[in-house]
Write a protein that binds this ligand. Structure first.
Ligand code: ATP
Length: 363
């Protein structure tokens, strides 16, 4: 991807966009800016307003308040067919009576593109989505994954400025979905078109996106790169939604933090300066916790394993600590010969480096 310069006009902007259905606010004062050529995802639980946001970008819903811009132009009230935007839905919606090639050619024919050019562009697109050898097939003869590839080719062939994708892989089985995620990212990189992708699957968003907007109850929680969302979530909601987490409610006491049970814990060096006694959450990722650490660690707790789940590449433990806290710990199985799996009932020390904890404001 070419790094956009600061002077670049954003591909897509939402400025203070709000949409209510009756008394329910589906999208609440959302402002965001998507760069040209970016793979941008809207991620959040069911009902948080992802699809409504996407429909406002596509022109299918008009916001109650706020502005939508495409390539710097105000399109808030411009109908879908006059926007340089295509949408791919979960249901593939191919024309059943047209062949694969005719389905892909459809948008070009309507634009009266010359025949030879249509043939060339359709071939190119089908090769891109790896369907070059199925151009004469009818949609009924294709698998779900193949239909979704054709739907994608059909949406890309007119080279829109922006492609909106609403859970396009939702109907595929898990293995095919993971395979298509890699394919989608490759295709997006090759065509260089801005993709805006709606999903409730954090792994899907993390694996494909340049940046992700995490939504909760119609509002934007955080917009960031996948690694920044994981390493520096701005709220307990984001921390819980991206990856797995141990969240400990603590109070500031002098240089450290104290749990409700009176356990004193070290703070990360970048913790915000909060007045003594103020409450916040301490995030500890299961994979950052060490069992029976041998080196120098700032925090240690004694406990007993209550659950062990062997998952191949990692083993997950639930540890009940002597001070009443319960921690999830994830340990990589790095040796191919034998994994050192601890049984429930084993006494352990859980330790961590102070800077592996993240201090979060309470929700
Ligand atoms: P999902 O992942 O389940 O599709 P979502 O994040 O895409 O969820 P939206 O479909 O945008 O969420 O819905 C946001 C809220 O707006 C929900 O509470 C939903 O019930 C409501 N809503 C959406 N469309 C309509 C509509 N046409 N009429 C009434 N309420 C609606």
């Amino acid at each position: 991807m070419v790094e956009p310069s600061v002077t670049d006009v954003a591909a897509v902007e939402m400025l203070g966009v709000t949409k209510s259905f009756g008394r329910a606010t589906a999208v609440d004062a959302v402002s965001l800016s998507v760069r040209r050529g970016e793979f941008f995802s809207l991620l959040g639980p069911s009902g948080c307003g992802k699809t409504t946001s996407l429909r406002m970008l596509g022109g299918f819903i008009v916001p109650d308040e706020g502005t939508v811009r495409l390539g710097g132009k105000d399109v808030t009230r411009v109908p879908p067919y006059k926007r340089d935007v295509n949408t791919v839905f979960q249901s593939y919606a191919l024309f059943a009576h047209l062949s694969v090639a005719q389905n892909v050619a459809f948008g070009l024919k309507r634009r009266k593109v010359p025949r030879a050019e249509i043939a060339r562009r359709v071939d190119e697109m089908l090769a891109l989505v790896d369907m070059g050898d199925r151009s004469r097939a009818m949609p009924a003869e294709l698998s779900g994954g193949q239909r979704q590839r054709v739907a994608l080719a059909r949406s890309l062939v007119t080279m829109p400025q922006v492609l909106l994708l609403d859970e396009p892989l939702g109907a595929l089985d898990l293995k095919l979905r993971r395979q298509m995620q890699v394919e989608l990212k490759r295709i997006q990189r090759e065509v260089g078109i801005t993709f805006i992708y709606v999903t409730h699957d954090q792994e899907e968003a993390l694996s494909m996106s340049d940046r992700i907007a995490v939504m909760n109850c119609g509002r934007l929680e955080q917009v960031d790169t996948p690694d920044a969302l994981y390493a520096r979530p701005s709220s307990a909601f984001v921390a819980g939604f991206i990856g797995s987490s141990n969240l400990l409610r603590v109070r500031r006491t002098g240089p450290g933090a104290e749990t409700a049970a009176g356990v004193l814990l070290p703070l990360p060096s970048d913790a915000p300066a909060l007045p003594d006694g103020s409450a916040f959450d301490l995030l500890l990722r299961p994979e950052h916790l060490l069992l029976d650490p041998t080196g120098d660690v700032a925090a240690r707790m004694e406990g007993t394993i209550t659950d062990t789940v062997f998952l191949g590449s990692v083993t997950q433990y639930r540890v009940r600590c002597a001070n009443g806290l319960e921690l999830m710990v994830s340990e990589p199985n790095t040796s191919s010969h034998h994994a050192h799996v601890r049984s429930p009932g084993t006494r352990v020390t859980v330790g961590w480096h102070a800077d592996d904890a993240v201090a979060l404001p309470t929700g």
